[in-house]
Design a protein around this ligand. Structure first.
Ligand SMILES: Nc1ncnc2c1ncn2[C@@H]1O[C@H](COP(=O)(O)OP(=O)(O)OP(=O)(O)O)[C@@H](O)[C@H]1O
Length: 210
């Protein structure tokens, strides 16, 4: 469960999020909101990448106070991932697996499923946007997270990779992993069988009501 307690996020004078009290139960959620509503900001706060006011508890852990536990609990995939261009995919998988206490061979399996395995020895600077996205998704599944936060997970993926990715998400969900997935497109998750619940970011808060 994710709990917000007097949570606020400002950029300078501009307040993007203001959630006095809210909670999100374990599950798989499609987080919707118009452009600029704060979807990426919320995920970055939950991932611990940017500072915020108030408190966020994830599975009863105060994410600001227990940084190590937080890093094991939550994985995050950027909308537009950027990596040091001189590192290859295999090196990044090795690094993430070591940092997250994950199993490198599991990542290699995902790479095969997404047909990225042939490119793992190439520097990421030579990757296409879809290849970078696949790598970022593989890295977001490394270790034993209880929550995976994926910002626009399917953009730039081809149709086959979209279907594979939806299967990977569903299998992980069936193993007890919860998801927050963002998209501002109406048909972001085509032909899926995921038990998706919808959340909206509206008026600087998270709500189940559009
Ligand atoms: N680093 C930043 N500095 C200043 N303002 C920012 C920064 N990042 C985001 N914002 C502002 O915060 C608001 C929310 O941005 P955010 O990227 O979280 O929205 P979003 O819902 O993910 O948008 P989109 O659907 O277009 O991807 C926007 O008004 C944006 O201009």
């Amino acid at each position: 469960m994710i709990q917000f307690i007097n949570f606020q996020k400002q950029y300078g004078d501009y307040k993007v999020m203001d959630i006095a009290q809210a909670q999100i139960e374990a599950g798989i959620y499609w987080l919707k909101g118009i452009n600029g509503s704060g979807k990426s900001t919320l995920l970055r706060c939950l991932a611990g990448l940017i500072p915020f006011e108030g408190a966020i508890h994830i599975n009863a852990i105060n994410i600001r106070k227990s940084k190590r536990l937080h890093r094991q609990l939550v994985n995050y995939g950027e909308a537009e991932p950027v990596y040091p261009p001189f590192l290859n995919g295999s090196e990044l998988i090795h690094f993430y697996a070591a940092a997250k206490g994950g199993n490198k061979s599991e990542c290699m399996q995902y790479a095969e499923q997404l047909q990225l395995h042939h490119a793992l020895q190439k520097q990421t600077g030579s990757y296409s946007s879809g290849m970078l996205k696949k790598l970022s998704l593989i890295l977001a599944f490394t270790g034993n997270p209880k929550w995976i936060l994926l910002d626009e997970p399917l953009i730039t993926l081809d149709a086959e990779a979209v279907a594979t990715m939806l299967q990977i998400i569903e299998q992980a969900y069936n193993r007890g992993i919860s998801f927050l997935l963002t998209s501002h497109q109406d048909v972001a998750f085509p032909d899926h069988t995921l038990p998706l619940q919808t959340l909206y970011i509206k008026d600087k808060t998270v709500t189940a009501i559009p």
